[in-house]
Design a protein around this ligand. Structure first.
Ligand SMILES: Cc1cc2nc3c(=O)[nH]c(=O)nc-3n(C[C@H](O)[C@H](O)[C@H](O)COP(=O)(O)OP(=O)(O)OC[C@H]3O[C@@H](n4cnc5c(N)ncnc54)[C@H](O)[C@@H]3O)c2cc1C
Length: 285
């Protein structure tokens, strides 16, 4: 359990800019940073329009941003934030296997909104889960499937293999595997999910279909309104005002997740505004 003034969710320019300014405003800061090496900016070979750093690569820029935030005293949890819930005057968020309690939250999750499988959204919490730690115990001794788009699924699959009677592992996108995983690697690309008459989940893949007691799905990003129930969106972006405030109390958003233009300078500027707004609101409560 960690306690802080602000939990910043994300690991791109918006998150690091927000963390830096929040620290300068005297706030304690935790950053939930899923592997930034898989983020958008890491793919950019050369950036020419970020002032002061000509011809820098995305990797280099991210490294410098992160280091500066860390040096300023931001505490970094290298894990995916899965879900936030209101708790007292603030929020409780599951980050990897940690619970983080914060007075405010800043969403800096980038633009990626995962494409869900047909049937997935309606079955969430009813046999389909995005969190092994939260729901794994409900499937003790049962048959489950893991559908994973990234290496984070390996750890979850190993955890579930210690609980379930049998785990099948399917790839939503290819990623490395340990030499002897404690689960069965299955061929076939997942296509759809549906409920069966006896309360199981029918997974259809390019190779056929099979029913499971539970299906766990892991991706390197979580849709913002799944992360924070009740969050208002405009299309697939988070709705914010000029202070970067969302519709939820002391929840702010910045960067690509708030909309166009999808640019580093805009993300950095919005991260700065979100930190100043959060600091002002927290100092006045
Ligand atoms: C190939 C390429 C080249 C580009 N070139 C330029 C350029 O030259 N100039 C320019 O201005 N812009 C460029 N861009 C756009 C730029 O990368 C984005 O505008 C910028 O990175 C947005 O920053 P952000 O912090 O909002 O989001 P992102 O950089 O997308 O960072 C968000 C991060 O948060 C992490 N995350 C998401 N959800 C969670 C969660 N639930 N828990 C924990 N972490 C989470 C993600 O893994 C991701 O790493 C380029 C983009 C690409 C793909």
């Amino acid at each position: 359990m960690a306690n802080c003034d602000i939990l910043i969710i994300g690991s791109g320019p918006a998150a690091w800019s927000c963390a830096l300014t929040a620290r300068q405003r005297g706030l304690s800061v935790t950053v939930a940073a899923a592997d930034s090496a898989t983020g958008w900016l890491a793919k950019a070979e050369r950036i020419d329009n970020y002032p002061g750093m000509p011809q820098v690569s995305g990797q280099e820029l991210l490294h410098v941003f992160r280091q500066q935030a860390e040096d300023a005293g931001a505490h970094i949890l290298s894990a995916l934030a899965r879900q936030s819930m209101p708790a007292g005057d603030g929020y409780m968020t599951l980050v990897g296997n940690d619970i983080v309690e914060s007075r405010a939250i800043v969403l800096a999750t980038g633009a990626a909104r995962p494409t869900l499988l047909p049937g997935e959204e309606g079955l969430l919490g009813q046999g389909v889960s995005w969190c092994g730690t939260c729901d794994g115990m409900f499937y003790r001794g049962m048959e489950v499937a893991v559908l994973s788009a990234w290496h984070g699924g390996v750890e979850e699959g190993e955890f579930l293999a210690g609980l379930a009677a049998h785990v099948d592992y399917y790839f939503l996108a290819s990623h490395a595997q340990p030499a002897e995983p404690p689960y069965a690697i299955c061929p076939g690309k997942p296509r759809t999910l549906a409920a069966t008459a006896d309360g199981r989940i029918l997974l259809t893949t390019s190779e056929g279909e099979k029913a499971y007691d539970g299906v766990f799905i892991f991706r390197p990003a979580v849709a913002p309104d799944s992360l924070m129930p009740g969050l208002a969106l405009e299309g697939s972006f988070i709705a914010v005002d000029r202070r970067m405030a969302t519709n939820l109390p002391r929840v702010y958003a910045c960067g690509d997740c708030t909309g166009h233009p999808l640019q580093i300078a805009k993300a950095v500027g919005e991260g700065n505004i979100a930190a100043i707004s959060a600091a002002s609101d927290l100092h006045n409560t």
